[in-house]
Design a binder for this molecule. Structure first.
Ligand code: GLA
Length: 738
């Protein structure tokens, strides 16, 4: 049993393989957070909480005269609001009389021998042979009849504990939920750093590390999507934490909309960390009997550094979040026509690309933006999901059949959540767009956003998508979303419900995605939002791969894919080889390097194959061979970051489960005359096995390789890269092939 309950049903220990999470409902019903860290035996640790008479930190009425008990100082699971904890709260309620108070106390608990679901939203699910356990704690608001159910899920092997919150109004009158975060972590003692992932379009998820002090650290999104600018994931770690050392706590929100993630020390040096839906521009009316479900928060703990933490996330997301036909099935090597042609294509061009691709071993052609409605640039046509047969020189089915005849799969781009003002859809249904009556809307990429909270909008989109997919042989869909959301006003949820629209939009997107997957279970879905603007755990529930960034520059990709790897598996990162000079940066890098970087992702090409030299075509064939040879390592292996980008070279490694094979990619990011040697480290081998290294043929034990590392005989030139294998050597020094 991972969940242990003692002390008359008031002490809760959640044990995973290496960690323990403990809570205690004290005599006043306050649910104290008493421990989270290395695995312990689970004795009640409430005694470790230091209590003192702290000036200006008041006391709840039940403590009668005990000035040492203050909500303002206690570590808690569901910090209250407006009733004496002056720190950041988890939940806030606006009552009918205008008062703002939320004071939740323990009522009861239940345990379930399986994982829980979250209404309308993705959540980690059970596998046949690997089930989580769930603890549900019911808390009741002291004065109103609002209840909160706190969900705790335990995945033992992965050291994962999840949280989710469900608020229900069991009272007679309406209340407004003005804040409902998914989780809080209170640390009584210790110094911590916070690692967040910040960026911008075409430069996503660059790690930033700051010491948590009394000045609040906060990141988040108010763009309606999880955003390029900040990712809904963060790490709290001890200041000495490195890839291999130190305590690390990951927090990853399963949500694709507005979020907040913050950390701050209080007056007594205690650290509070919170994550959930952003409370700005959020409110939810709860009439009698109505409820609100907050998204799941996936927490994981590592007692030995960041690499282990990342590996735990990779495993849990790959095995318990990604779903569908392509969760484990080999992904096809694709050619996307976007950077090859942009909007400027016709049937002949597409077929010549496909023919060339087929000759080189590429397995799928993806037709990107521009195949529907009036869409020869990005100013019109969104919403008109009708095939432009004139541009395609025939039906989509004919084109798809031609591509299938070449032995290739066929993929198609959509951007369902958007509407152009210059579209038949907008002319027919201007009220379907999010815009505030009487105000000119903000235009992003010259387009508006559909009101996905509305059923009729989703019905229309589903009918259009289904019609197209049923009448053409489509194997893959790229689901794009190309602007941030503002001008929030929904004709369906106007007035007092306006604060619900951002969240209802996200629920609407999930609803449409779910219907789509139920109807087309064999289609491979790739998520996208101007590259990686919606790269989050929730989207992985629908699309096992997400276009990582619109930036295809191999050197910038080192940073982007490095940052992405802290939470998300390599198998989820769409990565393509593109032309040089690179369209985003103008940089020229070797063709091989572009391949090596893209191989650490969902691999493909995005360039005009007809403009390639014979030498480049030969390299494409080599790369595709490498793709097949290393597929199980890159997509299922254990991933290690070896160096951060910004050093002389950037290196990372994959090791298979049996620890028989390791693959290291090393990219030289700067060069000097009279170069100093390149010495790289090796991780994850079995100390007692012997391995032969592909670059020098040397055989050493895993212990020696991991202790001494490898010096390259030749220093690669700037931007050159190298793949290095370590293969286990069986008796007689025979090499075991990958
Ligand atoms: C976004 C995507 C690109 C491409 C274009 C098409 O920017 O990230 O890959 O699909 O849209 O308009």
């Amino acid at each position: 049993m991972a969940i242990m309950v003692e002390n008359n049903g008031r002490l809760f220990n959640l044990h995973t393989k290496d960690c323990t999470y403990q809570m205690y409902a004290d005599e006043y019903g306050v649910l104290l957070h008493t421990y989270y860290g290395k695995k312990i035996d689970g004795e009640n640790l409430a005694d470790l909480i230091f209590q003192a008479d702290v000036g200006f930190s008041g006391n709840p009425e039940e403590t009668v005269g005990n000035r040492e008990y203050s909500l303002d100082c206690l570590p808690q699971e569901l910090p209250s609001d407006g009733v004496g904890d002056y720190r950041e709260s988890c939940i806030a309620l606006l009552h009918g009389d205008g008062s703002i108070a939320a004071d939740f106390r323990f009522e009861s608990y239940k345990i379930f021998p399986s994982s829980y679901t979250v209404e309308g939203m993705p959540a980690l699910y059970d596998k046949e042979d690997e089930k989580g356990e769930t603890l549900v704690i019911t808390m009741r608001e002291k004065a109103s009849k609002v209840t909160v159910r706190l969900f705790y899920g335990v995945f033992e092997k992965e050291n994962v504990i999840t949280r989710a919150v469900r608020v229900e109004n069991r009272g007679e009158s309406e209340v407004v939920l003005t804040k409902c975060l998914s989780g809080c972590l209170d640390y009584q003692f210790g110094e911590y750093d916070l690692i967040t992932f910040a960026g911008r379009h075409a430069m996503e998820r660059i790690p930033e590390r700051n010491r948590i002090r009394r000045t609040k650290l906060e990141v988040g999104s108010l763009r309606g999507t999880s955003s390029h600018q900040y990712n809904p994931s963060m790490i709290v770690c001890t200041p000495d934490a490195t890839e291999d050392f130190g305590e690390c706590y990951g927090l990853c929100l399963v949500y694709s909309g507005n979020f907040t993630a913050c950390a701050q020390k209080d007056q007594r040096g205690q650290t509070r960390v919170l994550m959930g839906i952003h409370s700005e521009k959020f409110s939810f009316c709860l009439r009698t009997g109505e409820y609100f479900a907050a998204p799941q928060l996936i927490m994981s703990y590592s007692d030995s550094g960041l690499s282990k933490l990342s590996q735990q996330y990779h495993k849990i997301l790959r095995e318990h979040m990604c779903r569908g036909a392509y969760q484990y099935r080999k992904r096809p090597v694709l050619l996307n026509n976007w950077e090859a042609t942009y909007f400027n294509f016709n049937k002949e061009k597409l077929i010549s690309l496909a023919e060339q691709a087929a000759k080189l071993g590429i397995e799928m052609l993806v037709l990107d933006d521009g195949w529907f409605g009036k869409r020869d640039d990005d100013n019109s046509g969104l919403g008109d999901w009708h095939v432009n047969e004139k541009k395609l020189g025939g039906s989509l089915k004919e084109l798809g059949d031609r591509i299938h005849d070449l032995g290739m799969k066929f993929g198609l781009w959509f951007e369902p959540e958007m509407i152009s003002e210059d579209s038949d859809l907008y002319r027919a249904h201007p009220d379907w767009a999010l815009r505030i009556p009487g105000r000119e809307p903000n235009r992003g990429r010259n387009q508006l956003v559909l009101d996905m909270s509305r059923n009729d909008v989703r019905e229309y989109l589903f009918e259009r998508l289904a019609d197209i997919l049923e009448h053409a042989p489509i194997d893959y869909v790229k689901w794009d979303m190309n602007r941030s959301i503002c001008d929030i006003y929904s004709h369906q949820y106007a007035g007092s419900q306006n604060g619900e629209v951002y969240h209802r939009f996200v629920l609407g997107v999930y609803d449409l995605l779910e219907r789509f997957l139920q109807r087309f279970p064999d289609i491979l879905l790739e998520g996208c939002s101007g590259g990686g603007g919606r790269f989050d755990a929730a989207m992985l529930y629908y699309s096992p791969q997400i276009w990582c960034s619109d930036n295809t520059d191999a050197v910038n990709r080192l940073e982007i894919q490095y940052g992405t790897s802290f939470f998300y598996p390599v198998s989820s990162m769409g990565a393509h080889v593109s032309a040089v000079p690179n369209h985003q940066t103008g940089r020229v890098t070797p063709f091989r390097t572009r391949g090596h970087v893209a191989l650490s992702g969902s691999f493909g090409y995005e360039l005009d194959l007809n403009k390639m030299s014979e030498e480049e075509k030969a390299i494409v064939k080599e790369q595709i061979e490498d793709f097949h040879k290393y597929y199980s390592l890159t997509h299922e292996g254990t991933y290690y970051r070896l160096t951060p980008p910004g050093e002389r070279f950037c290196a990372w490694e994959f090791v298979d489960e049996e620890k028989d094979h390791a693959l290291q990619t090393l990219v030289m990011t700067s060069a000097e005359g009279n170069p100093l040697p390149v010495h790289t480290i090796v991780k994850g081998l079995s100390p007692d096995k012997y391995y032969c290294c592909s670059v020098n043929g040397q055989v050493h034990s895993g212990r020696t390789w991991m202790g001494a590392g490898l010096t390259l005989r030749m220093v690669p030139k700037e931007y050159e890269s190298i793949l290095i294998e370590w293969n286990v050597v069986e008796k007689g020094l025979g090499r075991k092939p990958i």
